[in-house]
Design a protein around this ligand. Structure first.
Ligand SMILES: NC(=O)c1ccc[n+]([C@@H]2O[C@H](COP(=O)([O-])OP(=O)(O)OC[C@H]3O[C@@H](n4cnc5c(N)ncnc54)[C@H](O)[C@@H]3O)[C@@H](O)[C@H]2O)c1
Length: 501
């Protein structure tokens, strides 16, 4: 009997060596047969119980793109791909770049649906008094746009399935790629984008607007200046009941009853939209700039609302909705810190991105209540009475809070905050994000994000799936820099070659 057990254990161990991900799909209640069709990376579970995925070797002669600088562009000539609910707002924001001293040219507009691209040309580009852009459409119109030789940047706001093909084609044809979030949907996507960015020496960044929200920028400034001591824990989330939006996502043809986003959630388990929560926390914690993500574990609830949405849209029973209604991912860093990220686009509850930093000397929290808690003796607040009596047991009183924010206002907010509020886009953060990207391109400076941030913030989907489909096992987060996570000393937003915020 003992020998039999030994043989069975051996056979099981062999089954676990370098498995394709699909082979262990044991997902939410009753959907064991469903397939996460984007998740194909090979993995292996070590004797320590940790699942490790294959890290592709860097090609000979290829170097990392950390702090990549590219030639300064006098005018940033841009082509937009994907003009559904999100894309037109980006075009609109670019019509305001001249007001903040930046030169851009809107050269081309592309959407699968020709009418959408034409509509943006009429209602936004021409209305702003700018020359009409060239129009591209259809499933592969983006290829013609990328093949032009008068475009520097391709700005991608398509559905998730088209982010990577468009970005790869853009870089292959000599353009920088800026991709809406989440920019990569699988580990293969992450590695393909990294390899292409390294090979072509083109920027490949994700458009993570939440890193530029006012509270996040000011808090980042405080964290960098050491106000919270050492930040040892961070929380972030994307909790947004999308019930008002599901009906409006693009549908590929008349048989498409779900629209791309609901279908994507139906087919994929794991945190498929982690970047809003993780981005600002990762910047405050210097991820791959002195620390790095090492391990994650994930856990989700069963799907109730998602399953119901499919049943309503199709009129048929749905037993294979992969994405849990609420997914939680815990990540550990090399330096012993912890990050918690949550995703829930299903249940009725207030919008919440959490954004919480726990430091050895203070604490910051954005949702549901904005507040800072600091030990009085640590704080030097100009003009705030009795600040030496502050206690971290409660949030700072309103007067002290305002004084703190004023004292630590991020210089970017001082620079373009008012303009950003006027232009709009989630209260202004979208404009600050676009402003920074164009500013860096025009001045030949490293971007605020690189392709490794993109991979780190997007990998939670496939790695979380791997964890959950293996009994919530620990999963190694690959070092996407392939050995250089400690090369840069701290997160920086470059102002000039030698100065940064
Ligand atoms: N950062 C944010 O705050 C934020 C907010 C909303 C959406 N988003 C992201 O923006 C992206 C777009 O979302 P949305 O809400 O506009 O979706 P949407 O369904 O409204 O629009 C998607 C558009 O992509 C187009 N498209 C599809 N295939 C294409 C192709 N091959 N070539 C050109 N166009 C193609 C569709 O025709 C459609 O117009 C998503 O990645 C989403 O996650 C980000």
């Amino acid at each position: 009997m003992k020998k039999m057990n030994y043989l069975l254990a051996g056979a099981f161990a062999m089954m676990l060596s370098w498995c394709p991900v699909q082979s262990t799909s044991a997902a939410n209640e009753g959907n064991e047969t469903a397939l996460n069709y984007h998740f194909t990376t090979k993995w292996k579970r070590g004797k320590d119980g940790v699942i490790r995925t294959v890290v592709p070797k860097r090609e000979k002669g290829q170097e990392d793109v950390l702090e990549l600088k590219t030639p300064a562009l006098k005018t940033v000539r841009v082509g937009f791909v994907g003009l559904g609910m999100r894309g037109p707002g980006a075009v609109e924001r670019f019509t305001h770049m001249k007001d903040v001293g930046l030169n851009v040219q809107i050269v081309a507009l592309c959407d699968y649906e020709e009418g959408r691209a034409k509509g943006v040309n009429e209602n936004i580009v021409k209305k702003a008094g700018l020359p009409a852009a060239d129009i591209y459409s259809g499933a592969e119109g983006y290829k013609q746009l990328c093949e032009r030789n008068d475009i520097d940047l391709v700005y991608i706001a398509t559905d998730w399935n088209h982010h990577v093909p468009v970005a790869l084609y853009a870089m292959e044809h000599g353009k920088h790629a800026a991709i809406e979030v989440p920019s990569a949907m699988s580990l293969k996507d992450c590695w393909d984008l990294i390899n292409m960015s390294e090979k072509t020496r083109k920027h490949c960044i994700q458009l993570e607007n939440c890193c530029y929200d006012f509270f996040e920028l000011n808090t980042l400034n405080m964290a960098k200046k050491g106000l919270f001591g050492e930040v040892i824990r961070g929380e972030g989330a994307y909790i947004h009941d999308l019930s008002d939006f599901w009906a409006y996502y693009w549908k590929k043809d008349k048989n498409d009853k779900l629209g791309w986003r609901l279908e994507y959630n139906k087919l994929h388990r794991g945190d498929v939209y982690a970047t809003h929560g993780l981005g600002p926390v990762a910047q405050a914690m210097d991820i791959h700039r002195g620390d790095r993500l090492t391990t994650l574990v994930a856990m989700d609830t069963k799907s109730v609302i998602g399953k119901g949405l499919v049943e309503k849209a199709t009129g048929k029973e749905c037993n294979d909705f992969q994405n849990g209604d609420h997914t939680t991912t815990l990540l550990r860093t090399e330096k012993g810190k912890v990050i918690e990220i949550q995703h829930n686009v299903m249940t009725p509850q207030p919008y919440n991105r959490k954004y919480q930093l726990t430091g050895t000397k203070g604490f910051a929290n954005k949702y549901p209540v904005e507040g800072y808690a600091l030990q009085g003796k640590e704080v030097k607040l100009d003009g705030v009475p009795n600040h030496e009596n502050l206690s971290a047991h409660g949030f700072l009183p309103a007067e002290a809070h305002q004084a703190l924010v004023k004292q630590y206002q991020h210089p970017l907010i001082t620079e373009v905050g008012e303009k950003a509020k006027n232009v709009g886009g989630h209260g202004g953060m979208d404009f600050i994000m676009d402003y920074r990207m164009v500013y860096c391109l025009q001045n030949g400076l490293p971007m605020d994000f690189d392709v490794y941030d993109l991979a780190e913030w997007c990998c939670l989907a496939e790695l979380g799936y791997l964890s959950m489909s293996n009994g919530c096992a620990p999963v190694e987060v690959p070092d996407f820099t392939r050995g250089y996570w400690n090369k840069i000393d701290g997160f920086k937003m470059y102002k000039t070659e030698n100065t940064w915020y």
